[in-house]
Write a protein that binds this ligand. Structure first.
Ligand code: HEM
Length: 278
């Protein structure tokens, strides 16, 4: 693809902010950074001490010789790392931005989360094992993802064969854009779909309940490859932030919950006051 995201994914990036030229310049810059990073690692490669994904890939590349252009070539490494970087960084950080905005907007919910943190974690380091003892926080994080709706149109797919779905005939090769948004805001599954309402994921006794319409990571064989990692990151980052700070809007500031345009859907820009808790 050589840096031309528009040509590679025309439907995916048609609504990206910034001009065609700016977006491609950003992608080229990212590719340069990635190539510099793995070239440096290649020079230091120690097969018996593989430090990360890049090292494992480079070892496979060595093994693949004398046919180095088959799979484990530099172009594939660049593209895979670009995928992991964009899919993994932007999505999680955008979700956390929604989390902070929603905590500023609903200070009582923020207090409830902080109470649960105090009860279960105290001043220790938040760990994943705490999550099952923290149904309220878990429900709030799920609701941040549902309400934040950061990938409303997921990623375009296309049919590999003729399909009839709910009475509609979709010929082979048709591009399909799944609207996750329509499921995440489905009133059949969520009592107050347009509101931020953590009770969507709690029963009357405060236990966490799953909801089959919770699909921010999409569904099926090609759903998000990083779902487990993302859930882990969201829990650890969110609890650590709220353990250490209370988030407030500056006096007089209006908090707007409209989503902005982007590769994912971030909140609009807001100023945040992070008040240390101790
Ligand atoms: C809150 C965080 C995240 C959300 C909401 C999210 C959401 C999604 C969605 C909606 C898709 C498209 C699925 C489809 O094509 O049907 C996707 C794909 C993908 N995600 Fe995530 N993601 C998140 C975090 C991550 C992380 C942390 C990683 C890994 C570092 C990751 C790696 C991927 C990859 C590799 C794919 C492509 C999977 C494929 O095409 O088979 N994601 N993600």
């Amino acid at each position: 693809m050589d840096g031309d995201l528009y040509n590679a994914f025309p439907s995916l990036v048609r609504w990206l902010p910034g001009s065609h030229r700016e977006v491609n310049a950003n992608i080229r810059e990212m590719h340069t950074f990635i190539r510099e990073t793995f070239t440096k690692q290649r020079n230091q490669l120690d097969v018996s001490d593989q430090r990360n994904f890049i090292d494992v890939f480079l070892v496979k590349q060595k093994e693949e010789k004398p046919n180095p252009e088959l799979y484990f070539n530099d172009t594939n490494l660049t593209v895979v790392l670009t995928d992991l970087y964009t899919a993994g960084m932007e999505s999680t950080s955008t979700t956390l931005q929604w989390g902070l905005l929603l905590m500023m907007k609903y200070p009582q919910i923020q207090k409830n989360v902080q109470k649960e943190i105090e009860k279960v974690i105290g001043s220790g380091e938040p760990r994943l094992i705490h999550r099952k003892e923290m149904p309220y926080t878990d429900a709030v994080i799920h609701e941040i993802q549902r309400f934040g709706n950061i990938a409303p149109t997921s990623v375009p797919h296309s049919t590999t064969q003729d399909v009839t779905f709910k009475g509609f005939f979709i010929p082979k090769g048709t591009q399909v854009i799944p609207l996750l948004y329509s499921v995440l805001r489905d009133k059949e599954h969520f009592e107050k779909p347009e509101e931020f309402y953590p009770q969507h994921f709690l029963d009357s006794e405060g236990n966490f309940v799953k909801n089959e319409a919770f699909i921010p990571f999409s569904a099926g064989k090609r759903s998000c490859a990083g779902e487990t990692l993302a859930k882990m990151e969201l829990f650890i980052f969110f609890t650590t932030l709220l353990q250490n700070f209370t988030f407030q809007a500056p006096p007089g500031a209006k908090l707007d919950l409209t989503g902005a345009a982007g590769l994912t859907t971030p909140p609009l820009k807001h100023e945040i006051c992070a008040i240390p808790r101790n």
